[in-house]
Design a protein around this ligand. Structure first.
Ligand code: SAM
Length: 246
């Protein structure tokens, strides 16, 4: 069975959105992965199809109800159980390429998009959800975060990217470095020449230049990544040990 994403949202019409285009879209049409967006409202318990209520303890906004969300999660897991259930939230662990690789290596994901003030804590705990943030800022809903996470995972699925080696050398790869600069024709543009070595045809020299550029850029721009590269060089699976990953 191909890698499968079930998305729980109040706005199913936002999917597949940009994932229906380019490499991800072609992979979707070729059956290399599948996507189903489910309306959380279909699991409402009343005739008004309400999904949210005011927060206990007071405060602004509304909170998605645990019974409604739980029913939506249960329905999504029926056909393909065993996949991690992920709640996209600014309170989650930061998404990075190691986590993306782990998720892409599994059977797929169930993704919960929050809205308003978020989701009742009890259903997050009861379903053992993995909480993931795409960055230290606040979106108005989880849908764009889900699209980001899915795009990053899907491009790693076998057959989705054109050249098998495309992912090998790019930023945040196995070595945890940022990518070297890229150049294409014309060899001279607006008084700026391409670095000589790239025109030399000398593969070892080109590889050495690229490696040195990667290291310099990583040290300058992301000392945190450089420090990790220096100490770790590898490491454990990003979601190993999480109950939802079992
Ligand atoms: N009250 C929440 C808080 O302060 O943590 C923010 C709720 S936000 C307005 C509504 C929804 O957007 C969240 O439940 C979550 O699903 C999604 N969201 C917002 N920012 C996000 C981020 N950085 N990463 C992932 N999801 C995010």
């Amino acid at each position: 069975m191909s890698w499968r994403a079930d998305i729980l949202t109040l706005f199913p019409e936002m999917f597949p959105g940009p994932l229906g285009l380019s490499l991800a879209g072609r992979g979707l049409r070729d059956g290399l992965w599948s996507l189903s967006a489910h309306d959380i409202r279909d699991h409402a318990k009343d005739s008004h199809r309400s999904v949210d209520d005011t927060p206990f303890g007071g405060g602004a906004g509304m909170v998605l109800r645990p019974d409604v969300v739980d029913a939506a999660v249960g329905a999504a897991l029926v056909e393909a159980p065993g996949r991690p259930v992920i709640y996209l939230t600014p309170r989650g662990r930061l998404l990075n390429q190691a986590l993306v690789r782990d998720l892409a290596a599994g059977q797929g994901v169930v993704l919960l998009c929050g809205r308003y003030e978020g989701v009742d804590q009890r259903v997050i705990e009861a379903r053992g959800m993995l909480e993931i943030s795409i960055g230290d800022y606040v979106l108005s809903g989880g849908e764009l975060a889900v699209l980001t996470l899915l795009d990053a995972c899907v491009r790693l699925l076998p057959g989705v990217m054109g050249a098998a080696e495309s992912a090998a050398e790019e930023s945040h790869g196995a070595e945890g470095l940022l990518e070297y600069p890229q150049f294409t024709r014309p060899a001279e543009w607006a008084g700026r020449a391409v670095p000589e070595v790239l025109l030399s045809g000398h593969h070892a020299a080109i590889a050495a230049w690229r490696r040195a550029e990667s290291e310099t850029i990583t040290k300058e721009r992301r000392p945190d990544l450089w420090a990790r590269h220096e100490t770790e060089r590898g490491g454990e699976g990003a979601i190993a040990g999480h109950p939802a990953a079992a």
